[in-house]
Design a protein around this ligand. Structure first.
Ligand code: PNS
Length: 160
């Protein structure tokens, strides 16, 4: 089975990484699909988001890191993915994810979305919060993979 794990990954966090580690043995093959939406709402350029995921997943087998534009389900079909996977952190995620999985099912004529519950140790982490913490002078060392930590502090001035 091939699973597509789509997202913005702006940047990848330890929560995302935990999902990737847990779903790979279940599905056998996982495509991490990064949405390329012309950088409109992202802090980190697509090229760097891809590179950070690659560095953060180095040594992990049976995963690929790719970018896509347009509808997730169209990309999933083009890559012969059998299923879309999303992580659920808290009940507040549910409403958005429910709608998204239903529109995706409708648009694709039946591609299923399966959900994995986030490890409670990571359930409060979201990419936007990580960036906010850095902006306000806090430390996110334990919330993101080491390459992301280095990148955020060295390369990006989030205050701009
Ligand atoms: O990490 P995110 O930002 O929660 O990921 C959201 C993502 C990329 C999975 C979602 O925005 C998406 O699938 N976008 C592509 C466009 C699409 O297929 N939308 C659903 C039907 S309108």
């Amino acid at each position: 089975m091939k699973a597509l794990y789509p997202g913005s990954f702006d940047p990848i966090t330890n929560g995302h990484l935990d999902v990737i580690k847990r779903i790979t043995p279940i599905f056998g093959e996982v495509i991490i699909a990064v949405l390329n939406n012309n950088e409109k709402s992202n802090t980190i350029p697509l090229k760097d988001r891809l590179e950070l995921i690659k560095e953060s997943t180095k040594g992990m087998k049976n995963i690929s890191v790719e970018s896509f534009t347009g509808l997730t389900v169209v990309y999933a079909k083009s890559r012969n993915a059998n299923v879309i996977v999303r992580g659920l952190r808290a009940p507040s995620d549910f409403e958005y994810e429910l709608e998204m999985s239903q529109i995706n099912y409708f648009l694709s004529n039946g591609l299923e979305t399966l959900f994995i519950m986030t490890n409670p140790a990571y359930s409060f982490i979201r990419s936007s919060r990580v960036k906010e913490v850095i902006e306000l002078g806090g430390d996110v060392k334990e919330l993101v993979p080491t390459p992301v930590y280095k990148y955020l502090y060295e390369k990006i001035d989030l205050k701009k």
